[in-house]
Each structure stands twice: as C-alpha cells, then as structure tokens.
Design a protein around this ligand. Structure first.
Ligand code: GDP
Length: 392
C-alpha cells in the first residue's frame, strides 16, 4: 500500500524519517511521499531523510521558529493559519499514486498534538482517499500537561481521521534507557510493525507472489468504519535457504530438526498468531469486541501456508468475536516468520479511560493553581494596610 506520510511535530517527523529508512532497508515501497511539518526550526533541521523541500515550517509569524512549547491549542491555531503552506507541499506529491494519507504525531506535545487533527480535517475535505492517523500516547511519567494534551488531542484526532492507529509509549518504555536511546528503539518497533502491515499490499517485482495475497483494499476495508486501532506482532527466526527452496534434508547443523513439513509450518503460524494477539499491542486493550481484524503472515514463502493462515484467522474470529477477519501472506526474504495483526475498531481500552481520568485531574489542578497563584500574587504585591498607591 502506498502512503503519503506527513509527520507533524517532532515525534511525527522522526517517525516518518524512520519509515523512509525502513523503506530503503527492506525495499518495501510504502512511503510514496514524506513531508514534515513543525513550528520548531531546529526539529526540522534534525531530520535526516525527509527531503529539504518537504519540510514545512509553520507559525513563523507567531513563534518565530521556536516551537509552541507543549501548548496544543496554539499548535492547532497555527496549523489552521498556515494550512496553505502545508497544502503547497502536498500539492507537489503525486496524490493519484497514493492509496492513503498517514498523519503521524505525538499526542502529548504541542505542534503535532494540536496540528495533526487540523490537517486531517483539511485533507478529508479535499481528497477522496482515506486519511489515517498514527498517534503516539505519552508515557505516564511525562506528567499532567502531556497527559491532558494527549487526552484532548485523542478525542479530536479520532473524530477527524478515517482511522486512528495508536501507539502507546508507556507500554514500550524501558527502564534505564536514556530518553533518546529509548525513542530510537521505540521508533524502530513502530516502523517494523506498521511497515509489515502496510507493506503487505505492496509486493514488488522479484518477490514471490503470495499464495493468498493481502492487497491494499483489504487494509483499507479493515480500517474503514473508523475508530481506534492497535497492532500485535510476533516473530520467530528461521533459516533462509540461499537457493530459495526447502532446506536440504542433509543439513547437519543443530537446526536440522526444524524440518519444514506442513504440520510444523502450520503450528508455527498458529502459535505466532496467538502470541501476536495476546502479547504486547501497540495500544494495550481487550481484543474481545474488536470490530474488524487483518492478519498478515510474512516470511520466506516456504514457511508460509494457507492452512496456517486459515487456522490463525479462525482463532482470531473466536477470540475477537468479529465476523470480519481478513488474512493473507506476505512473502519476504527475511530470515524470520512474523505475524502482524491489525485490530480495528477496538473499544474496550482501559488505558484510554485512565488517561482521561489523569487528564481531568491535571485540568482541575491547573485551574486551581492558576486561581490560587492569582490570589497569592495579589497578597504579595498589595501592602497589608493598603497604604501604598501604584504609580498608574
Ligand atoms: P511537538 O513537536 O510539539 O509536536 O511535540 P513532540 O513531538 O516533541 O512530543 C510529543 C510527545 O511525543 C512526547 O510527549 C513524547 O511522548 C512523544 N515523543 C517525542 N519524541 C518521540 C519519538 O522520537 N518517538 C516516540 N515514539 N515518541 C516521541
């Protein structure tokens, strides 16, 4: 599936940058165009792969290239004011060759948090192709204002896109990591998961043709109907045979037990599907009640079979209770078999409910502190007996 990716804000830009890198490394061909939008000049300059001409600085008149400092209302305002500049960059990409837009943003900050929903609304008015969002939730340790920003952005972003794919930084942070090092790993996880999913519909020449191909219309159908999506993933290393065929029976290393008979292949696939659905999701949630799902099995073609995918699909139908579970394979020359599962239209998400609670508390606290500090300042400035007069 070919996407026009727009990274809004710092996290958004960095993740789209990383998608370009992934595209190069894996030859997956999913990024047809990449644009970065930011109100902070330094963040745009820090990007590596997005072409210079596709980096759009907005809000110069208001914030002079210095960013909005986690003020997402200001982020939304400047996005509205400078939407024509973003549109100019989009005008330069061949949108007729694109299957969908993907707007990527961290929802806890300012520029992306406020600007991404504004851009989604704008694009939906103009184009007929779907507009998806990839929204990143902040870690719970980032503090009240980030949580409040994310909760408000989430509400708005879901409403404006055709589907919001969510990635929760909190589920993926690792203790003892520097923030930057941590983000590096997290961003790699993001591009790998979404890369396999979106790459499935984009089999290029030279790759084996899949037995039951996932094409972009199946991804679009799974995402249609809107709402919130999460992605599960599991993989297992396998041996690549340089000849491209089955491993030789005479292989004598210790993996020779890993013979490729059909039963093994099927079992490997079904257990990967279970691990992917029951393991760590990009947004943790209860999978029961999921409206639609798509299962993509990737790996060397000799490790994929229709029976395994069918079994995995059936199991997913039972677990989710959904009647709309699509599935297919995605042959790739990587030495691993991987199951990526898109769960679309999830509604039982305790993480979002907690985020909203903390956001409301933060909002109340901010209001209290603001009114208190007004009183405290007056008490400080005014003399007790009111004997002094200000100059004017
Ligand atoms: P903006 O530039 O004002 O849109 O704000 P940022 O994108 O810098 O930050 C918004 C939120 O995104 C932060 O609160 C973090 O949770 C998250 N974030 C920042 N950088 C990254 C990154 O590289 N990767 C990921 N996954 N999240 C990030």
């Amino acid at each position: 599936m070919k996407l026009a990716m727009i990274g809004f804000g710092q996290a958004g830009g960095k993740i789209v940058d990383r998608f370009l890198d992934y595209d190069d490394r894996t030859d997956s061909g999913i990024v047809r165009a990449a644009i970065a939008v930011n109100s902070a000049k330094a963040d745009l300059m820090g990007l590596e792969r997005i072409p210079q001409d596709n980096r759009v600085l907005i809000g110069q008149a208001r914030v002079k290239g210095h960013g909005v400092g986690a003020d997402n209302e200001l982020g939304a305002e400047i996005a509205e004011e400078d939407i024509d500049e973003v549109q100019n960059a989009i005008d330069s990409i061949p949108t007729h060759e694109v299957d969908a837009f993907l707007i990527v943003a961290g929802m806890g900050g300012g520029t992306g948090s406020g600007g991404a929903p504004v851009l989604a609304k704008h694009l939906k008015r103009i184009y007929t192709i779907p507009v998806y969002g990839l929204g990143v939730l902040p870690g719970t340790d980032e503090g009240g204002i980030y949580t409040l920003n994310a909760a408000r952005s989430f509400q708005t972003f879901v409403r404006e896109v055709d589907n919001l794919l969510v990635f929760d930084n909190d589920s993926w942070r690792q203790t003892g990591e520097s923030v930057e090092g941590g983000y590096d790993q997290i961003n790699e996880e993001i591009v790998r998961r979404f890369g396999i999913l979106f790459g499935a519909g984009e089999v290029t020449g030279g790759q084996d043709v899949a037995e039951s191909v996932v094409d972009s219309s199946e991804i679009i159908n799974t995402l249609s109907g809107g709402g919130v999506s999460t992605v599960g993933f599991a993989s297992e290393g396998v041996e690549l045979n340089s000849g491209g065929g089955l491993l030789s029976r005479f292989t004598t290393d210790d993996r020779s037990g890993d013979d490729l008979d059909a039963a093994n292949t099927t079992n490997r696939i079904t257990s990967l599907v279970r691990k992917a659905a029951l393991g760590r999701l990009t947004l943790p949630c209860e999978i029961e009640g999921t409206e639609r799902a798509l299962l993509v099995l990737s790996g060397p073609s000799e490790y994929l079979n229709r029976k395994g995918i069918e079994r995995g699909r059936k199991w997913l139908e039972e677990e989710t209770g959904s009647m709309e579970v699509r599935g297919g394979d995605f042959p790739r020359g990587e030495p691993e078999v991987a199951a990526a599962i898109l769960l679309s239209g999830v509604t039982n998400v305790p993480r979002i409910k907690r985020l909203q609670q903390v956001a409301i508390e933060a909002q109340d606290n901010i209001d209290d502190i603001q009114s208190e500090s007004q009183d405290n300042l007056e008490e400080l400035v005014e003399d007790d007996e009111d004997e002094l007069e200000p100059l004017f």
